[in-house]
Design a protein around this ligand. Structure first.
Ligand code: MRU
Length: 377
């Protein structure tokens, strides 16, 4: 792979969102979240609500994008678990935040914190960050509430202190995720040639992260450095995370992008229009097998066939050393309706069966490079 220049300019270029916009948007997000499910603009993907609106977790509803920016406010772990299952919030790193903040929510509400962590961890099986985030916040809560089993310690100050410990852990996971995202962008950028034409799958940007995401953070860095010629966005059937979400993020950043049907990736790669394939990951096993959005494996095979580098960008929190290889990765299967309907309309005869794995597993031998916050493997 060719190597390009790697330094980032200090601020966002025209057309992208700067810190002032972000602060204003955050206030607007809080106002809307406190009011319930309301239309909004330019919002963070997940936010903890204190004060009169809280404790609660406010989510930018990813099922409604790009048509509408709507906040869903989860005031209980049950609501949060349902939102995770419905993909209101989705994508590996932010699922880690959802798991951790969900445990803090249970602690502030005096619920069974271990049961809440288990419910959150089991809401979706493949993205390891979800269980990892929930268990980290649970461990912080337990460390601050000794000898009380799974119930908050008696007495308000102690219970508050334990809940605050879980919340502090969630905030520290968020800060680390934002830093990891920035570091992955720097490391990943060095792998891209000047004038890179990048093909990506699913959605890996701000919507999945406390920072700018994983693979999309690298794409943004390349765009800012003037190093990105074209972004090819797989639509990502059946739920269209590419067409709906990556295109939404790319358009807001002023990136030159085009959406393609997943099935067109083969001929696009054959035509020599792609310099590198960049994806994220939901779980990376100890042997380097990469679970990611269904269709990723096919792209990796195609990339090898056409001698195009296939690069995975993921934080260390997505590497699961306790899972030795691909057979240990549980792949979530979702409902037939996601395949047999499109935007609420039936596209297959009523009663059609469907095969709908949400993820597939790419063997490590097909991965040219893995970019983490610590560097490139
Ligand atoms: O089913 P989703 O939308 O949660 O799947 C998300 C993905 O597969 C992403 O590519 C993955 O989480 C990596 S993003 C950081």
């Amino acid at each position: 792979m060719k190597r390009g220049a790697g330094s980032l300019p200090a601020g966002p270029p025209p057309g992208t969102r700067g810190p002032l916009d972000a602060a204003r948007a955050g206030r607007e997000f809080d106002r809307q979240a406190a009011a319930g499910q309301t239309r909004g603009m330019d919002m963070p993907t997940l936010r903890w609500l204190d004060g009169p609106g809280g404790p609660a977790i406010a989510l930018l509803d990813q099922t409604r994008l790009p048509a509408e920016e709507v906040v869903v406010t989860c005031r209980s772990v049950g609501e949060l678990v349902a939102a995770i299952r419905r993909l209101v919030v989705r994508g590996a790193p932010v699922l880690g935040l959802a798991g951790a903040y969900g445990v803090a929510l249970a602690a502030y509400q005096g619920q069974d914190v271990a049961a809440a962590a288990a419910a959150l961890a089991g809401a979706r099986p493949t993205a390891v960050n979800l269980a990892w985030g929930a268990h980290r916040a649970l461990a912080a809560w337990r460390a601050a509430s000794p000898d009380t089993g799974n119930r908050p310690p008696a007495g308000l100050p102690l219970a508050q202190r334990a809940a605050a410990a879980a919340l502090a852990e969630a905030r520290s996971i968020a800060a680390a995720d934002a830093a990891a995202s920035a570091a992955m962008a720097v490391h990943g950028l060095r792998l891209l040639p000047p004038g890179a034409r990048v093909l990506t799958h699913c959605n890996t940007g701000r919507l999945v992260s406390a920072g700018e995401g994983t693979a999309f953070a690298v794409i943004l860095a390349a765009h800012r450095a003037g190093q990105l010629a074209k972004l090819w966005v797989d639509e990502t059937r059946p739920l269209l995370q590419g067409a709906r979400l990556t295109a939404y993020e790319a358009q807001r950043a002023g990136i030159d992008y085009a959406v393609l049907p997943d099935a067109a990736a083969a001929s696009l790669l054959a035509s020599g229009e792609v310099d590198v394939v960049l994806t994220g990951a939901d779980r990376i096993a100890a042997d380097g097998s990469v679970a990611n959005k269904v269709g990723t494996y096919g792209l990796a095979v195609l990339a090898q066939q056409h001698s195009v580098p296939f690069v995975v960008v993921a934080p260390l929190s997505t590497i699961d050393f306790s899972t030795p290889g691909s057979s240990g990765i549980v792949v979530e299967h979702r409902t037939a309706a996601e395949v047999t309907t499109l935007a609420g309309q039936a596209i297959a005869p009523p009663g059609s069966a469907a095969y709908n794995p949400a993820f597939d597993v790419t063997p490590g031998r097909l991965v040219t490079a893995l970019v983490t916050e610590r560097g490139v493997v």
